[in-house]
Design a binder for this molecule. Structure first.
Ligand code: CP3
Length: 343
């Protein structure tokens, strides 16, 4: 059998058409997702019930035939496994108990204890290795330490990550201890995902864009570099995708500085700029604006062709620049895939 297209792109191969998957491809824009989520009762029960989490992971593969499936879980399961309380209130997003003092960090569970909570996630991956079509790549993931820390410090999502920036400024020792604990937990979590069947792992640093100057080096680049080096030591040849969202100029050289095999791009950069500045170092992923999944039409077709064409000279995995939103139309997803595959 020829190698899976996503794995070929991650090795640097330039394919005639880019392989495609989509951030948040299992989600509320799909009626079948909403039905399974209702069956689970709530979002966290869905994440921790392997048969149902595997089912929603498979739904977009059945419907659209994406080239990759991403594990259905959440970046906030790791803080929960480290001992933070986590709950989701409908319409308000995630809530966590806060971790803001050295005492709070020391009260977290040891990294080796995370598997007690996360075992169902590994079961989901094992089910998927059996049930996915042979051509579909299975992607595992975790949040990057800075992004996870912003939620643990604030106890919720924040528009500007102010509480995390304040702790970084006021109590560097506690902040660094928290980053280190998350970094070590992420290594164990992703390594266990690989043992359970993930063929690629992706690090989501959704709030990397709010780190500037030396902070970007210390808290976006350095933790990613440490995680990737350790994962590659344990799992030689494991491909890693890094997503330092809204990093802007920070995208330049990010793959080399962290050891990532692919850098995922958001919509704050144009594909033409990124082809010249980022793709020169290897595979890139992205970066159609998710709004086209709501609005569709000729603009969707034109922008999809533009992204494909801008990145056609190098290794590329087609994706959105961020997750698809609940108000998206599944017909537009099908149109995007047809345009990528047929031109
Ligand atoms: O991409 C996928 O299909 C895989 C599953 C996945 C989810 N979350 C499922 C989810 C992945 C990879 C994530 C990552 C994630 N989670 C990130 C990083 C990527 C990003 O979007 O920037 C972040 C910051 C989170 C934290 C999180 N989880 C938030 C802020 C929210 C609420 C926002 C929302 O859309 O409601 C979630 C909930 C969540 N995670 C949902 C899904 C499908 C929606 C929950 C529902 O069904 O009600």
């Amino acid at each position: 059998m020829t190698e899976k297209t996503i794995l070929r792109a991650l090795k640097g191969e330039v394919l005639p058409r880019p392989p495609i998957w989509m951030m948040r491809q299992a989600g509320r824009y799909l009626p079948e997702y909403r039905a399974t989520r209702a069956q689970a009762g709530d979002f966290l029960s869905l994440c921790y019930t392997p048969e149902l989490a595997a089912e929603v992971t498979l739904q977009p593969i059945r419907r659209f035939g994406f080239d990759a499936a991403i594990l259905f879980a959440d970046i906030l399961l790791l803080p929960q496994a480290l001992g933070a309380e986590l709950w989701f209130t409908t319409g308000e997003g995630p809530r966590l108990s806060t971790t803001v003092t050295m005492h709070d960090v020391e009260a977290l569970k040891p990294v080796a204890a995370i598997h007690e909570t996360l075992a169902p996630v590994y079961s989901t991956l094992r089910i998927l290795t059996e049930e996915l079509p042979p051509e579909t790549t299975l992607i595992g993931f975790a949040g990057a330490p800075w992004t996870v820390a912003t939620y643990m410090i604030a106890g919720r999502g924040t528009p500007d990550q102010a509480p995390a920036h304040a702790l970084k400024a006021q109590d560097r020792e506690t902040f660094q201890a928290l980053i280190d604990r998350i970094t070590e937990g992420t290594i164990e979590y992703l390594s266990a995902q690989v043992y359970a069947g993930a063929e690629v792992v992706k690090l989501f640093d959704s709030w990397a864009g709010s780190l500037t100057g030396q902070d970007f080096q210390d808290f976006a680049v350095a933790p990613a570099a440490r995680i990737i080096a350790e994962l590659k030591a344990r799992h030689p040849g494991l491909p890693v995708i890094a997503f330092p969202r809204e990093a802007g100029q920070g995208y330049v050289g990010f793959a080399k500085a962290t050891g990532a095999d692919c850098v995922a791009l958001d919509n704050s950069v144009t594909p033409e700029w990124a082809a010249g500045q980022v793709q020169v170092d290897g595979c890139v992923q992205g970066n159609l604006a998710p709004g086209h999944m709501v609005t569709g039409g000729q603009a969707l077709i034109d922008e999809t062709r533009r992204v494909v064409s801008a990145f056609s000279g190098g290794p590329h995995i087609f994706n959105l620049g961020h997750g698809i939103t609940p108000d998206a139309d599944p017909e537009n997803v099908a149109l995007m895939i047809r345009t990528v595959r047929e031109g």
